[in-house]
Design a protein around this ligand. Structure first.
Ligand code: ZN
Length: 148
């Protein structure tokens, strides 16, 4: 009986370890209706590095319904959407802009793209927002990025 109890505890603790590992890697989906499948993303402050994988589960090509996942301080979102428009097709993202904390590639239906960045350098008390920089998409395609 004791042996079974310890086995269960061991299994539970290994499951906990697995879920901790998964917290440092999150998947978000986007679609042909210009939407992300999450209004907010919560990530663990225990993660040194975080990997975000963006999937486009739609069918439309990148030039009509392109999506990316871009992270910045909330106050920088509007300026970044402006310079992204100027950067133009196909990526709609400036080559280098220090206000951009992380960004995936711009993708079309059926594709996916990942980005890994240093989460530990961010301040959990600040407001961060993720969004898509394809023209006009940020109006709907945005969400709160919460470090907890
Ligand atoms: Zn988009």
């Amino acid at each position: 009986m004791k042996f079974i109890y310890f086995t269960v505890v061991l299994i539970l603790s290994s499951l906990t370890n697995i879920s901790f590992a998964q917290d440092c890697s999150q998947v978000i989906e986007s679609n042909d209706a210009m939407q992300f499948n999450m209004k907010e993303m919560r990530v663990s402050a225990d993660c040194q590095n975080l990997t975000i994988t963006l999937k486009h589960v739609g069918n439309l090509p990148q030039q009509f319904m392109g999506h990316n996942w871009v992270l910045s301080a909330t106050e920088n979102m509007m300026p970044i959407t402006g310079v992204s428009m100027q950067a133009g097709a196909p990526n709609y993202l400036p080559e280098s802009d220090e206000r951009i904390i992380a960004a995936t590639d711009m993708i079309g239906g059926g594709q996916e793209s990942s980005v890994t960045f240093d989460l530990s350098s961010l301040d959990p008390s600040k407001d961060y927002t993720y969004f898509c920089t394809f023209p006009a998409h940020y109006a709907i395609m945005k969400g709160s990025f919460i470090i907890e």
